[in-house]
Write a protein that binds this ligand. Structure first.
Ligand code: SF4
Length: 339
């Protein structure tokens, strides 16, 4: 049997015991088997309503961890390749995050940690323990406003670009934002006056960092009528030059709402752009640059078929209770604030 046939048969056999979730950056060969397709926020929101015993998450590891944290007791979350990590999520060593937060909070300040969902469960737990929360690219502005209202300032991690782009939406004065220099591990010294509203962890997405102002300038020169849409993990200069910027859901909606015949350049992961082009043959949907996430690409039809074949004996994704509990607190604060 081909992997496709194996998956189809096992889905039939398992019926309601199984639910396959897939992120928009997954390849079509995986997406076609998904019961639910979505961005990080949509997928996190759907976990609560799932009755399936086995949740198979086609995405990167932090997404499967988030699902495992939000799943009910007895539900098992699986990922077809546990090695599908996220470069950005790995840019925050948990102990260093704790150390930086402690340094910012010395002398009695109350800096609230707000982590992008693209982070480990351990970093989400740090946020949960210190009055903070989680955000996605779809609700970053809401959550940054929320975090600002909880204390004297915010430590936003790991994505400095999303932090700065969101700060612009929220209206934070750029002079009151500091991008942290965390290279001197163990000797981190926060800004002299420590009176910033927003401290940015210097992380980035390896995919969205590949979009540059020059690419937009070339499109503007050669196709002045084209619409340019980008993801807010892109450099703030790229976002400022684009016609629109927003989460994956925003990009999908903006392309759908563009008029027939429009030429639209999209600055995000190639699989999504390609799918949008196929879905809207009446429009010219093109990648601003063709960039794929090598970690998202680790999930294949082959390893999905193998995962489904061994579900009953497989070791599910586990998050230790001392991490899962505070991480859940951080996630629930987000789901509550964004009802
Ligand atoms: S696209 Fe970027 S943020 Fe998303 S999983 Fe890949 S490296 Fe991480």
């Amino acid at each position: 049997m081909t992997p496709e046939q194996t998956i189809t048969q096992l889905k039939n056999d398992l019926g309601s015991r199984l639910c396959i979730l897939a992120h928009h950056y997954q390849a079509d060969s995986v997406v076609r088997h998904a019961d639910i397709l979505g961005d990080s926020l949509e997928l996190a929101r759907r976990i609560d309503g799932l009755d399936a015993e086995h949740i198979v998450f086609c995405g990167v590891h932090f997404m499967a961890e988030t699902a495992a944290i939000l799943a009910r007791p007895g539900q098992k979350v699986h990922i077809p390749d546990p090695g599908a990590s996220c470069v950005m999520a790995e840019m925050v060593p948990t102990l260093l995050a704790e150390k930086v937060l402690a340094a910012l909070n010395r002398d009695g300040a109350r800096i609230i940690p707000l982590t992008y969902v693209n982070s480990s469960a351990a970093v989400k737990a740090v946020c949960g323990r210190h009055g903070g929360s989680v955000c996605t690219s779809a609700n970053a502005a809401t959550m940054l406003r929320w975090a600002m209202s909880q204390g004297d300032g915010v430590l936003f991690l790991p994505d400095a670009n999303l932090g700065r782009n969101t700060a612009r939406v929220v209206g934070i004065d750029p002079a009151r934002i500091e991008r942290l220099d965390i290279r001197a591990e163990g000797t981190f010294i926060p800004a002299a006056d420590r009176s910033r509203d927003l401290y940015l962890w210097p992380g980035l997405c390896a995919v969205h960092a590949k979009f540059h102002p020059e690419q937009i300038a070339v499109v503007r020169r050669d196709e002045p009528g084209a619409l340019i849409l980008v993801h807010p993990e892109c450099d703030p200069e790229v976002v400022a030059m684009a016609d629109g910027a927003g989460s994956t859901s925003y990009l999908i909606k903006a392309v759908a709402e563009a008029k027939s015949g429009a030429t639209i350049y999209v600055g995000t992961e190639w699989n999504l752009v390609n799918r949008l082009a196929e879905r809207h043959p009446d429009k010219n949907v093109r990648p601003l640059r063709s960039v794929m996430c090598s970690n998202m690409a680790k999930i294949t039809e082959d390893n999905l078929a193998r995962t489904l074949s061994g579900l009953d004996t497989a070791e599910p994704v586990r998050v230790d209770d001392d991490i899962a509990r505070p991480a859940r607190v951080a996630l629930e604060r987000m789901l509550e604030a964004c009802r």
